[in-house]
Ligand binder design. Sequence first.
Ligand SMILES: Cc1cc2nc3c(=O)[nH]c(=O)nc-3n(C[C@H](O)[C@H](O)[C@H](O)COP(=O)(O)OP(=O)(O)OC[C@H]3O[C@@H](n4cnc5c(N)ncnc54)[C@H](O)[C@@H]3O)c2cc1C
Length: 412
Amino acid sequence: MTADMPYVIIGASLAGAKAAEALRDAGFDGPITLIGNENDRPYERPPLSKGYLLGSSERDVIYVHPLQWYADSGIDLRLGVEATSIDPAAHQVSLADGSTIGYAKLLIATGSSPRRLQVPGSDLDGVLSLRRVGDSDQIKKAFEEASRVVVIGAGWIGLETTAAARAAGADVTVLEMAELPLVRVLGPEVAQVFADLHTEHGVDLQFGVQVAEITGHDGKVTGVRLADGRTFEADTVIAAVGITPNTELATAAGLEIDNGVRVDAQLRSSDPDIYAAGDVANAYHPLLGRRIRVEHWANALNQPQTAARAMLGEDVSYDRMPYFFTDQYDLGMEYTGFVEPGGYSRVVFRGDKERREFVAFWLDQDDRVLAGMNVNVWDVTDAIRELVRGGQPVDAGKLADPAVPLDSLASS
Ligand SMILES: Cc1cc2nc3c(=O)[nH]c(=O)nc-3n(C[C@H](O)[C@H](O)[C@H](O)COP(=O)(O)OP(=O)(O)OC[C@H]3O[C@@H](n4cnc5c(N)ncnc54)[C@H](O)[C@@H]3O)c2cc1C
């Protein structure tokens, strides 16, 4: 290994591009190589199920940087090429085009991929999933032509896609195994808000169901059959059954894997010269006192700053509270904090739940705020984050009272 070996980043999406930017911002002036297997330069995915899918945002808005930025910043951007292996002993990455690149430090930012449906008929024409910009283009076109859409999975992407299908005028059925949408993340009190929202927009929500088969004719989807024998006709089926982290390279390289690439609070893997950030990283969170893998935009935006500084030898750790957002119909929300499935004592609402203008707080048994979610209420995220980070018991009565400023509770 020589001193002028590049810092190499595998995965040219949000986390990868932000890591390259953060290395330059931190003053690193050595070579940086950013490798991505997509043909597009790094882009952000949230618009793919929202404005871009709805046709209200142009393609230009999705990109992380203008193309010229990479040249101007001295980033060797290699697109449309897969990294096929990592050799930690030789400090070398192999690419599908037969070339190899030596590295001084390596960042794995390979993200995640949609989980595949494990039922017969999943590969029929018209069964689509959403991860890349091309998927969003394909789904948009399908919605323009479809009259009946079945969405399998009532998670964030399933529900946002449902809203877009309704906006395009399709009849939509959502099939979900659990008893409510998003119930593992939100618990029943708040999950019901999302069930009501979609019901009011004319969506047929089917809970507690098991998909047995995607039916088809001449290679094209015709519907979905459930384990209980019921069938739902469809000319488009959206499979939105979660994602899995892209850990194949890291696994083959012998790195420790545990629901993603296992990294410490500095985002360093079991190999001291290899780091991971974004969807693929299962990172130790010092404030939460546990490892978490966050599949959200803000994590892919912010973790790379810590990774870059740690790669440059600084003593930093990543302790931001998880944050995510969604837009569905006329509901916009932000969520800050972290609650394990079922890991809260009660939910306190502040504001008008019926009108969907409220903040919900998840409290533990000592009335400490674990997470907060503002729905159609804005400019409260900083106060919610301070309440969560503070880790102090709060007065639940005051928390529920919109007349009491939230930041006064955070500092009390
Ligand atoms: C449709 C959609 C909507 C979303 N909406 C929201 C939202 O509203 N709010 C929110 O908080 N989050 C949202 N997210 C999640 C957010 O987009 C992700 O958390 C974020 O994209 C993660 O970024 P990443 O860079 O870690 O990984 P990714 O975006 O998955 O990027 C990883 C990149 O690495 C590439 N790659 C993988 N393996 C290799 C290899 N071997 N060689 C070369 N390249 C490789 C992949 O092709 C990909 O380009 C959404 C995601 C999707 C798909």
